[in-house]
Design a protein around this ligand. Structure first.
Ligand code: GAR
Length: 218
């Protein structure tokens, strides 16, 4: 790795928990799906005990779709504009997740705001990855804003999804230095390298909490 790539990862969570049966996750993504790909890889290599039950995307041209197809993961394209309102759109997603007995929902580049209705259906069981050190730079242009603001340090965060956007209890964070000649592309790339480290660890941790909390069901 490039020597100038200085980073720090929050230290409490360092190992993957074991899950038997495997943790059943559903992934929501709207974009290229590099985080999703990391989960596919970890599951295929049996490094992380997850079963990816479904990929749900709201964009029919999203790069994550071909990754799901290649890995034989069921993929559903659910577009907001096909529904009369947001609640019906979200109800369809929830129906799919529940029908597959998904335990933990992962927002991995899901560029839609979840309503309180959605969140209440998967209370404490939805996590999101965001490309900033929250609470800085919430919203959809986090990396751009860090650059234009002249931030010296930025990073990424994984948090439980709660009613306020890009808020909710933090699970893990990773920080890196912004280089003098960084642009959107170069900084995004380095942030994503860190995302691919903290998202799987956060899934393992959240899965552990969920299984502990609901252990009578196992
Ligand atoms: C990731 O960088 C993620 O942090 C960001 O979208 C990207 C998806 O990349 N999410 C948000 O901005 C949410 N507000 P990927 O599709 O390659 O995993």
């Amino acid at each position: 790795m490039d020597k100038s790539f200085n980073y720090i990862i929050s230290p409490e969570i360092t190992n993957f928990r074991k899950f038997s049966p495997k943790l059943r996750i559903g992934v929501l993504a709207s974009g290229e799906g590099t985080n999703f790909q990391e989960l596919i890889n970890l599951s295929t290599n049996k490094n992380l005990d997850i079963e990816i039950k479904v990929l749900i995307t709201n964009k029919e041209e999203a790069g994550c779709i071909k990754r799901a197809l290649k890995a034989n993961i069921p993929c559903k394209i659910i577009k907001g504009k096909d529904f009369l309102n947001n609640e019906l759109f979200e109800s369809e997603i929830i129906k799919i997740l529940k029908s597959l007995d998904v335990e933990l929902v992962i927002m991995a580049g899901w560029m839609k705001i979840a309503s309180s209705f959605f969140i209440s259906k998967y209370k404490d069981k939805i996590i999101n990855i965001h490309p900033s050190l929250l609470p800085s730079y919430k919203g959809s242009s986090a990396i751009k804003e860090a650059l234009s603001n002249g931030s010296k340090i930025t990073g990424c965060s994984v948090h439980f999804v709660e009613n306020e956007v890009d808020s909710g209890s933090l699970i893990m964070q990773a920080a890196l230095t912004v280089l003098k000649n960084d642009n959107l592309e170069s900084l995004t790339k380095r942030i994503q390298i860190l995302e691919h480290k903290i998202l799987p660890l956060s899934i393992s941790h959240a899965g552990y909490l969920i299984r502990e909390k609901f252990k009578d069901n196992y």
